[in-house]
Design a protein around this ligand. Structure first.
Ligand SMILES: O=C(O)CCC(=O)C(=O)O
Ligand SMILES: [Fe+2]
Length: 292
């Protein structure tokens, strides 16, 4: 299968060509990456000052924006700098949302916005624990935010001013990943989800679905043999390009690059054109019972 679904568009707001709209949601749900090589996220002259890791605070690798609360985090800036960062991130959020609602009209009222992030740090050579190391192939699953089956749909843009690519590896299709790993995963311990929620370790109930997704995420990242030997392709995303995919099913690793934007959305399984392709339904078929 081709991994990339090319999109010849240059603007974030629709209307988009009917062929692109006809394929948008279907391509995403098949596990493809919508790839717009000429869809540039424009920064103003003044905003270009933010193309430096110096604006990060010491604990963060990203500067993030919460569209629902309109706050910025991850930066040491105050005053005008902080406000300008907020406006830049907010604009990325609006454009990413316009892109997805234009390309996937059936998702329009069903997308919930998660975090917006600006990623000014160099990916290569960053020191982290294996679990947080996104240079290892993985599907996304968040330990502190149970999704209970909801999809993770993310939009990325490479804004590197020197023209450096953002290099990803893309691995097997989720069906294959799950078929290989699920037989090794033990079901959650009775009471563990209640405990995590009531100790306020996580927001909301960690369902058996979340348990399986976190296990898959961890098993993929922890296994050096898997990382090296699984069938995979290198995908360089050029500066000035944007791309989108369901990162809970597209197995991905970010190997190198600096200066990108990313917007997360959540989508209920029922809002998909083909819910049978969701990781929730794939896992349920494998284990033979409901997981939500
Ligand atoms: O920063 C990137 O290019 C992708 C990193 C990643 O794995 C993620 O955000 O889920
Ligand atoms: Fe990821």
């Amino acid at each position: 299968m081709e991994i990339l679904e090319p999109l010849d568009i240059t603007g974030w707001e629709g209307p988009f060509p009917p062929e692109a709209v006809a394929r948008g949601a279907a391509a995403l749900e098949e596990g493809k990456v919508l790839y717009a090589p000429r869809l540039r996220f424009e920064l103003s002259e003044a905003e270009r000052r933010f193309l430096s890791p110096a604006y990060l605070d010491s604990k963060s690798k990203n500067i993030s924006f919460r569209p629902d609360q309109c706050v910025v985090q991850g930066t040491r800036c105050q005053g005008d700098d902080r406000q300008d960062l907020l406006l830049m991130l907010k604009r990325f959020f609006s454009q990413a949302r316009a892109l997805l609602t234009g390309l996937c009209p059936t998702y329009r009222d069903r997308l919930t916005a998660g975090l917006t992030s600006f990623r000014p740090a160099q990916v290569e050579g960053r020191k982290t624990s294996w679990r947080k190391d996104d240079t290892r192939l993985h599907v996304d699953a968040f330990p502190s935010r149970p999704l209970q089956g909801q999809r993770i749909l993310r939009v990325f843009a490479n804004v590197n001013p020197a023209g450096t690519v953002r290099l990803w590896r893309i691995g097997e299709h989720f069906e294959q990943v799950a078929a290989t790993l699920v037989p090794h995963i033990r079901p959650p311990l009775p009471g563990s989800s209640w405990l995590l929620q009531h100790l306020k370790i996580i927001k909301g109930r960690r369902t058996p679905y979340d348990h399986f997704m976190l296990n898959i995420h961890d098993r993929m990242k922890a296994d050096e043999q898997y990382q090296a030997n699984v069938s995979q392709t290198e995908v360089p995303f050029p500066a000035g390009a944007a791309w989108a995919c369901f990162t809970d099913s597209v197995s991905h690793a970010a190997m190198s690059g600096q200066f990108a934007f990313e917007q997360t959305f959540y989508l209920p399984v029922a809002a998909m054109q083909d819910p049978g392709r969701s990781p929730l339904r794939v896992l349920e078929r494998l284990v033979g019972h409901p997981l939500a």
